[in-house]
Design a protein around this ligand. Structure first.
Ligand SMILES: [Zn+2]
Ligand SMILES: [Zn+2]
Length: 172
């Protein structure tokens, strides 16, 4: 879905879209969309600006990325409001300096005559991915010594760990 400046000059555009996995390329091989992405909201051209577009709404999607601790796939639900601003990317020697102030981190740029909704959604999903990606809150991770996934089995690396097999033999 493309928001052209021409259309936005006339009116605010409403969208209510669904993208099945695979339709949006997240450009990151470590990140995969596993559920339908649902997004609704509006795009509008802000008056009294040099063509700034504001896209806001709500997005819901389930993504998958390797768990930070054990590297198994971790499901990450994003269910969040968004409010993003895009400025025209000016080119040429007369381009004015664009100042980005603190707190305006959600500013992007668009080129030519408009903005693609899919690009807005991709950018927001990547922004909204949690810093810590874990398959479950109590993931035990991989043993740094032997590489065993400690969610699947314990390993014998910790010296202070009592080995149950020896304890069982002593009872024979
Ligand atoms: Zn994990
Ligand atoms: Zn180990």
């Amino acid at each position: 879905m493309f928001f052209s400046i021409h259309d936005l000059e006339v009116r605010k555009i409403h969208f209510d879209v669904e993208f099945p996995p695979g339709e949006i390329d997240f450009l990151d091989p470590g990140v995969r969309q596993t559920g339908v992405l649902m997004a609704r909201g509006t795009a509008e051209l802000l008056s009294h600006t040099l063509g700034e577009i504001r896209v806001r709404g709500h997005l819901k999607v389930t993504m998958e990325a390797p768990c930070d601790r054990c590297l198994e796939p971790a499901a990450l639900l994003i269910d969040s409001d968004f409010d993003l601003f895009y400025r025209p990317l000016a080119t040429g020697p007369e381009a004015p300096e664009v100042e980005i102030h603190d707190g305006e981190t959600e500013i992007g740029f668009y080129v030519k005559d408009g903005l693609e909704l899919e690009e807005v959604l991709r950018e927001f999903v990547l922004l909204a991915m949690p810093m810590q990606k874990v398959c479950k809150p109590d993931c035990k991770g991989i043993c740094p010594q032997c590489g065993q996934n400690r969610n699947e089995a314990a390993c014998d690396c910790r010296l202070d760990l009592i080995d149950d097999r020896w304890a069982a033999l002593k009872n024979l």
